[in-house]
Design a binder for this molecule. Structure first.
Ligand code: GH3
Ligand code: MG
Ligand code: MG
Ligand code: MG
Ligand code: MG
Length: 324
């Protein structure tokens, strides 16, 4: 059950769950047509609980807001005069294609009959309070819902961070193979769909073994970091710079044909050769690249193989050059 998962998460996150500490950064959407009722609940939420409340009196307005604004909790009355009901709103909300579809929803219902409760629960209400609303009960339920919501946000954020890290190479901060594979699929499929060209280069530092042998592994690492940084900074924002392994990098260049690729890579090759010495070491790199006018979808491996062959030629032709 959800509460079971949340209890586990609380333990995992080291007790960050706190019933008392809810900040004014929590945004609550409150839908209520009765002014007297609204005044009471509004007071409890804002004055007693220090939450930011946006109040409206119709389900239609609420849905409009839910499409474009961010909230942490929705509280809605079920019966709303002269328009759609809170139940309708709940059903619409659960079908939204933004993050609000998963919001906790607290429904306020006048009739506490089992039919109504089941209907609300089936439609996806997270919790409900029966009228007349007991202030104390309201604030406890709101607190519980918001605590779970905040905890879930934190978990999702950490998960996203971990996913980001998993796509990066630790030493250079460039994408790693996993990252390249993920992004390459996206970019190659995009190019395939639009019939646009895409290029891929394999970049390999020249005589890197000598650098390690003569200056030590640490200096070698510094060189790798500097090269990664240069490639990232001097390529386009939309280019993907990945460390393929060892002293080899892969550059994926969307929207780039052979002529444009040749020019861009020559520029990069020059910059590498002219890069400021790192711990007394200057480097050059060899570039092998391939370009496809209009790719088919999964084609990363084919492109890598082609670029690798060109790289081999670049090494044979004396290094520090770009070969198609
Ligand atoms: P070539 O011009 O033909 O590419 O010669 P090379 O010496 O660069 O090629 P080779 O493939 O023989 O050597 C690559 C070297 O890269 C060997 C390995 O010790 C070094 N290397 C691989 N990964 C790392 C790393 O993470 N850090 C450091 N410092 N060196 C690494
Ligand atoms: Mg009402
Ligand atoms: Mg190599
Ligand atoms: Mg080699
Ligand atoms: Mg090398």
């Amino acid at each position: 059950s959800t509460s079971h998962i949340i209890r586990r998460l609380r333990v995992l996150l080291g007790g960050s769950y706190n019933n008392q500490v809810l900040s004014s950064s929590c945004r609550v959407l409150y839908v209520e047509d009765s002014r007297t009722q609204a005044a009471i609940v509004h007071h409890t939420l804002e004055q007693d609980m220090n939450l930011r409340v946006e109040h409206c009196d119709s389900a239609e307005t609420a849905l409009e807001w839910l499409v474009s604004r961010e909230y942490d909790l929705v509280i809605t009355d079920v019966l709303l005069k002269g328009g759609a009901s809170g139940l309708w709103l709940l059903r619409q909300l659960r079908q939204l294609d933004n993050e609000n579809a998963q919001l906790p929803v607290l429904t306020l219902t006048g009739h506490d009959d089992p039919e109504r409760r089941l209907e609300l629960l089936r439609a996806g209400t997270t919790d409900y309070v029966t009228k007349p609303v007991l202030k104390e009960e309201l604030s406890i339920r709101v607190n519980n819902l918001l605590s779970s919501k905040l905890l879930m946000d934190k978990v999702l954020e950490q998960q996203a961070q971990m996913q980001k890290l998993a796509m990066r190479d630790e030493l250079t901060g460039c994408y790693n193979r996993l990252g390249l594979e993920e992004l390459a699929e996206k970019y190659i499929c995009q190019a395939a769909r639009q019939g646009h060209p895409i290029s891929l280069a394999m970049v390999d530092i020249d005589h890197f073994k000598l650098i390690n042998d003569e200056h030590g592994h640490d200096t070698g690492d510094k060189v790798l970091r500097a090269l990664g940084k240069l490639l990232r900074r001097k390529s386009r924002k939309s280019d993907v710079v990945a460390r393929w392994g060892g002293e080899e990098f892969v550059l994926l260049l969307p929207e780039t044909n052979q002529t444009q690729g040749q020019a861009a890579l020559q520029k990069l090759r020059k910059m590498v050769a002219e890069m400021r010495a790192i711990a007394g070491v200057t480097v050059t790199a060899s570039f092998g690249f391939t370009s496809i006018k209009s790719p088919q979808c999964p084609q990363l491996n084919t492109m890598i193989t082609c670029a690798d062959k060109a790289l081999y030629q670049a090494k044979r032709q004396g290094r520090n050059c770009v070969i198609y």
